[in-house]
Unconditional design. Sequence first.
Length: 255
Amino acid sequence: MDISGNTIFIPGATSGIGLALALALRDRGNTVIVGGRRTELLDEIAAAHPDLDTVSIDTTDPASIATAAETVLARHPDLNVLVAMAGVMRVEDWRSPETFLASAEEVVTTNVLGPIRLIGAFVEHLTKRPDATIVTVSSGLGFVPLRVTPSYNASKAAIHMLSESIRLQLAETGVRVVELVPPAVRTGLLPGQETSEFAMPLDEFVAEVVSLLETRPDATEIQVERVKFLRHAEARGDYDQVVATLNAADPHAAT
C-alpha cells in the first residue's frame, strides 16, 4: 500500500499498537479514523488529536459493526484502507473446562468473527475504490504456539489462512490484502506485557512497520525482524526447538 494519501479506518485503536499505528500513519499524510468501544478513550483521543476522527464500534457485535461502517462511509466516502486491528488475548488452562470455555469463545468472537464481520461490512465499498487495502493482524503465535494461550494462537493462525484465502479471491479486484504479523510488543494485551523485557518496544515496532510499508509497497506480509524467529521456524526446520525456546521463556515472549 502507499504510505500516504489514504483514508484509513482502524477499529480497535484506542490503545496499544492500534493507536500508535494510527498516529504514525496520520503523521505520514493520511486521514485516519480510530474506532473503539470505550467511549471515554475515544473522547480523550479526539481531545488530544483533533485531526483524528473517532467512531464508536464494538467488534464483537454485528449490529455495532454495521452502524459504524455506515457512519464511517458517510463521513469518509473516499475510505480506501481498513485495518482490522481489534483483538484480545487470554491465558487459559484447558485441563479445566469451566475455566477456559468462556475465554475461548470471547477470543474467537473478537479475533476471528470480528475481522470477518469488519471485512464483510467494507469489502463491497473497497472493491469500488481504484486502490484499496485490507490489513489483517495475525501474530507470531499463529505459527508457533505459546502454551498458555491456546485460543489466541488458534485465532491468529485462522487470520493468517483467512488472509491468504481472501487475497486469492480479491486478486482480480483493486483490493490488496496485507497481513501484519507482530511479535510480542510492549502493550497491555496481557498483564505485565507493557514492561516485559521479552517484548519489543512499541515505538520501535511501529517505526519498523511504517518503514516496511514504505519500502515494500507490494508486500503481502509485514514482518519485523523480531517476529521472523517464529514466523519461519517450520521453513527453517527448527520448529521443535523454537517451540521449546518460546515456552521456556517469559510468558510474554510473543503475541
